[in-house]
Design a binder for this molecule. Structure first.
Ligand code: GLA
Length: 412
């Protein structure tokens, strides 16, 4: 009788276990509540390309803290392409044993011990863009592996994806991440080919809107079969996309080139400011272990970062564009606004305006900047000078390839 009972309970347990498995319904929607403001961090690709290893990543995590970047809000340390070794006989992916001899779990523990988070990179296709193993066919297994390592952020690329459709492929990795059970930010990287802004909101937390950034202010680099784009080209390619962004789902105009040596300090400043105005992810792409003073000042400008990280999460917009001088606006919490004058030309420009004549309605957010009925204090976010209120007319020089950006704080 005892034996019979045991057999019976074993059988029912097995049925229960199978039942659980069979009843699991895939969840093709991302984890909510992550990236409520644009993600901030660092990524290895722009500076180091395939030259990544655990010592580099650990020293970058150290520098994130010692440089003040962590205090300024940067959180993610993201390893891009080429960390991979081979899959084993059971299909599990392993990091390159020469470059990451301590393994990814140890690296994740190290990064977490600094109060930071770790990101990793894979690809929806058979191979990554750098020719390493992709996740196609291994999505659930890879997601479980990343979760077991303690990964917090996954950038998922789009090379070697013949026969796949983007929306379905990204939904598969989302379902896999869900199944793995760890909240992981999903960065969709299919370069805007299949309009991810139209379907990405429930699938990922950010989506690349363009091809790769190129380290120049204003140029296009032709690589033969593909092109990469300077900061101003990428800026222009954001037209029409702002309505798709908001808390938890961001347009991603690619990682920063600030501090990578090709842009002048003014161009770096303009690049960083425009990414802030766009509510873009702020993912530094330079060697943060060796930064000059100007680079640190740009990347850790807390006033500019506050524009980017504003809790309303409204992407800024271009208001006017005349002779390479553009005016951009971004509604902020509490009735505040950011106004940015971007001079794209190679000669200085002058801006003059009478705030009393300024009435700007943003139909998308329903916010209004009204210099007639409201008064705002003005703060220049690069010079840090408070320059009076909107009661008086305003005039400023905007140097070549530079910005003047003000925060207008509503006097209540
Ligand atoms: C693609 C991506 C880049 C980078 C490389 C890595 O080009 O768009 O951001 O991840 O692949 O190979």
């Amino acid at each position: 009788m005892k034996k019979l009972l045991t057999l019976f309970s074993l059988l029912s347990l097995t049925c229960f276990a199978f039942g659980q498995g069979n009843n699991y319904v895939q969840n093709y929607t991302k984890y909510e509540g992550l990236a409520l403001t644009p993600p901030m961090g660092w990524n290895s690709w722009n500076k180091f390309a395939c030259n990544v290893d655990e010592n580099l990543i650990k020293s970058i995590a150290d520098a994130m803290v010692s440089s003040g970047m962590k205090d300024a809000g940067y959180t993610y340390i993201n390893i891009d392409d080429c960390w991979h070794g081979d899959r084993d006989s059971l299909g599990f992916i392993h990091p390159d044993p020469k470059r990451f001899p301590s393994g990814m779990k140890a690296l994740a523990d190290y990064i977490h011990s600094k109060g930071l988070k770790i990101g990793i990179y894979s690809d929806a296709g058979s191979q990554t863009c750098g020719g390493r193993p992709g996740s196609r066919g291994y999505e659930f297994q890879d997601a479980m592996t990343y979760a077991a390592w303690g990964i917090d952020y996954l950038k998922y690329d789009w090379c070697n994806t013949e026969g796949l459709k983007a929306e379905g492929a990204y939904k598969t990795i989302t379902a896999a991440l869900r199944r793995a059970g760890r909240p992981i930010v999903l960065s969709i990287c299919e370069w805007g080919n299949d309009k991810p802004w139209e379907w990405g909101k429930t699938v990922g937390h950010l989506w690349r809107t363009t091809g790769d950034i190129y380290n120049c202010f204003d140029c296009i680099e032709d690589h033969g079969t593909w092109k990469s784009f300077g900061t101003m080209q990428i800026l222009d390619m954001q037209d029409g996309l702002r309505k798709y962004a908001g808390p938890g789902h961001w347009n991603d105009p690619d990682m920063l080139e600030v501090g990578n040596g090709k842009l002048t300090p003014r161009e770096d400043r303009a690049h960083f400011t425009m990414w802030a105005m766009l509510a873009a992810p702020l993912i530094a792409g330079n060697d943060i272990r060796n930064m000059d003073k100007e680079t640190v000042e740009v990347l850790t400008n807390k006033d500019i970062i506050a524009i980017n990280q504003d809790s309303l999460g409204i992407q800024g917009f271009k208001h006017t564009s005349v002779d390479s001088l553009q005016t951009w606006l971004k509604p902020l919490k509490g009735g505040d606004w950011a106004i940015c004058f971007l001079n794209r030309s190679k000669s200085e420009k002058v801006v003059s305006l009478d705030w009393k004549k300024v009435i700007i309605q943003d139909s998308l957010s329903g916010k209004e900047l009204n210099g007639q009925t409201s008064t705002y204090t003005l703060k220049n976010l690069w010079t840090k000078k408070k320059t009076g209120t909107t009661k008086k007319p305003f005039s400023t020089k905007v140097p070549a390839r530079d910005v003047v950006v003000l925060r207008l704080e509503l006097i209540k």
